[in-house]
Design a binder for this molecule. Structure first.
Ligand code: ME8
Length: 644
């Protein structure tokens, strides 16, 4: 059995945490749950980084001692992780006695072996970021990270010999391409920091007192990064408890430090060098993910533009938020947070695809089999295609999770869910029932519930309430988290004869209303067109109508066409296919307003060139007088869906 030690950054308790912190922690939680599901020995650590000048100042402003100040916020942080059902095994606070004592022991050892020396420091310091900068790094004389004033400080300090280990670190990074991920961050570290040469690191301060005292010189406190980074080993007991039976022996080196991209530098340069000096193995991987930003820029506690995860969970429910965080942004990249996108995601994937699959499946088991899951007969090619899709997806989820492609893993699971919905349409159990084809109907109903059982197990690392809800409605007694992933997902384990327990839809659709919007504009009255205006057309047969391939398409991009005031150029997605469509709607719609919309298009119209642009289809819109309205599905249904 393998082991998996995963950590999040330890967060500053200078304020309550926001959705950005929840993002890192929820991803770490999904990875921890996934590795547990794989049968590995998992240790998942998070915590708080409580020392430093910024916290001391915040406490002064609040009129309380720093300890009282952080205690309050840390309680809220722990409460947030309980709310999000985070499965961390430990929560380390840097103000805990166990941590402070061990940091002092580490400092002492580095001093004794000559890796720390005393000198004088002069530098430019940004208090909110807790970072020192060189003159040349400033932007317009201000902190390059947050844009605030920096202070000149000069003081006696202890220094850590980073430079001594620079070559060894470079060699390690080159020999272990997986160490810094994504790979773009590795190049950044090499080119921006290692190649220009490392300066020794100032690791003590005398200008504030809220920190761990240097063990043999109480005028100095240990400056935060040495204090903070070592949490990953002090939490395991190092250096006091490092024998055979210790957590440290069992879990170090870490398999994954998950961090935001702005602290990759600390985790891939300073931290490995501290470990080298201590003669300890380096973490196997540091993954620097992107930021969740608001339309107006990065969320930050110091800017005050933050989104509170507690409010979102109350409003939309835990699994909705977890799903959005894990699915929306390809892990690694930056992503724009928007509540509207959250609602769209939940409605499309959870309410529509997954919720409907469960609801319609159970309705049919009730209607056609008295609510009792029948034993399957012989599998036909249609069923076998579903079974092999389930097998493919189980494998795809594992491959994606090993590469930390969390969003792709979820996308794969929803491909199975989509496939199962399509399977129902194609197998048409209602017709089989009408024909009295009992054996075939049994096989189809069985395959439907079995696909849902597999999907519930696949969802275990990501959603924390839904898999058990699906199991309960399917009438299954076990816990979906209990069987391992590959074993649990093996096809055919649904016990025939089970009585299903259909209940309320697991994800009711959310009605979206943007509170921030301007008050709704009074709608212009739409005048009914005069009867004569609609010229009647000759009668057609049903077969004629069915020759028109009407499909739902999703607008991916839209822009004006230069020199053609009436035309917009749209890029749309119809199932797995992308197309471009030229439409005469520029007078009625701003291009940005169309992006993400589901519209209806004639998909089998012969392509034509309009003003030199190829148009591969036509969108449907209703027009009356000088009004025009796009025809859209009444609720999100997914592109590629047929319209009849
Ligand atoms: O840096 N998008 O703590 P911190 C995505 N104490 N992730 C975000 C985010 C956003 N908008 N905002 C914050 C510290 N994060 C130090 C760490 S570790 C030894 C010491 C997440 O409270 C992301 O993981 O400023 C980022 O790295 C971390 O919170 C910063 O938290």
């Amino acid at each position: 059995m393998g082991k998996f030690y995963i950590t999040t950054p330890i967060y500053y308790p200078s304020d309550n945490l926001h959705i950005g912190h929840a993002y890192t922690t929820v991803v770490a939680d999904a990875l921890a749950r996934y590795h547990r599901q794989q049968g590995e020995d998992v240790y998942f650590l998070t915590g708080t980084d409580e020392h430093g000048q910024k916290i001391q100042r915040r406490a002064e402003e609040a009129g309380v001692s720093p300890q009282v100040f952080v205690d309050r916020i840390v309680e809220n942080i722990k409460e947030l992780w309980r709310l999000l059902k985070i499965t961390n095994d430990d929560f380390i606070r840097t103000t805990e006695e166990r941590h402070m004592r061990r940091v002092q022991q580490i400092f002492q050892r580095l001093w004794d072996q000559g890796d720390i020396y005393k000198s004088e420091y002069e530098g430019l310091y940004c208090t909110p970021c807790e970072a020192f900068w060189l003159e040349r790094q400033l932007v317009d004389g201000k902190c390059p990270d947050c844009g605030r004033e920096v202070e000149k400080v000069r003081e006696e300090s202890y220094f850590f010999r980073l430079s001594k280990y620079a070559d060894r670190l470079m060699a390690h990074i080159e020999a272990h391409p997986e160490f810094i991920q994504p790979v773009s961050r590795k190049h950044e570290m090499i080119n921006n920091f290692l190649r220009p040469g490392l300066d020794d690191l100032c690791i003590s301060r005398t200008t504030f007192s809220w920190g761990i005292p240097v063990p043999f010189d109480s005028k100095h406190v240990i400056y935060v990064w040495l204090d903070a980074l070592t949490n990953y080993i002090t939490a395991l007991g190092y250096p006091e408890e490092a024998d055979e039976n210790s957590l440290f022996k069992r879990f170090w080196p870490a398999d994954l430090h998950l961090v935001g991209k702005e602290i990759v530098r600390f985790h891939t340069i300073i931290w490995p060098i501290i470990l080298m000096a201590l003669d300890l193995p380096l973490p196997k991987q540091v993954f620097g993910h992107g930021w969740l930003v608001l339309e107006g820029g990065k969320m930050s506690k110091s800017k005050g533009n933050v989104v509170d995860p507690v409010v979102l969970v109350e409003k939309y429910g835990l699994d909705a938020i977890r799903y959005y965080l894990l699915r929306e942004v390809p892990f690694g990249a930056d992503g724009v947070y928007s509540e509207e996108a959250l609602v769209l995601r939940v409605n499309t994937d959870l309410a529509n695809d997954l919720g409907n699959l469960l609801h319609r499946t159970l309705s049919m088991v009730e209607k056609f089999a008295d609510g009792v899951v029948p034993a399957p007969g012989v599998y036909e090619p249609l069923d076998q295609a579903l079974i092999s899709e389930a097998g493919r997806v189980v494998q795809a989820v594992q491959e994606h999770m090993e590469k930390l492609e969390v969003s792709d893993a979820l996308a794969a699971i929803f491909q199975l869910i989509g496939r199962a919905n399509k399977y129902i349409d194609e197998a048409a159990p209602w017709s089989l029932n009408k024909q009295g084809n009992r054996e075939r109907l049994n096989t189809v109903l069985y395959s439907m519930v079995e696909a849902l059982r597999v999907a519930a197990i696949l969802l275990v690392p990501f959603l924390v309430e839904t898999p058990a809800k699906i199991f309960a409605q399917l009438g299954l007694d076990g816990d979906p988290a209990e069987s391992g992933l590959a074993e649990g997902c093996r096809w055919g384990q649904f016990p025939a004869g089970t009585k299903v327990r259909k209940d309320k839809p697991i994800f009711p659709r959310i009605e979206w209303k943007d509170d921030k919007d301007e008050p709704e504009q009074p709608k212009e009255e739409v005048k009914a067109p005069a009867e004569k205006e609609t010229e009647s057309k000759p009668e057609i047969t049903f077969d004629h109508f069915m020759q028109i391939d009407l499909r739902v398409a999703k607008v991916l991009a839209a822009e004006k066409i230069e020199g053609a005031d009436k035309l917009l150029h749209l890029k749309v997605k119809i199932g797995s296919e992308e197309r471009q469509i030229v439409a005469g709607i520029a007078k009625y719609y701003q291009p940005e307003a169309l992006i993400g919309k589901e519209i209806v298009v004639v998909a089998n119209l012969k392509p034509a060139k309009l003003r030199g642009h190829l148009s591969q289809g036509m969108l449907l819109a209703a027009s009356a007088g000088d009004q025009l309205a796009l025809v859209v599905p009444e609720k999100p249904i997914g592109d590629g869906a047929e319209v009849r």
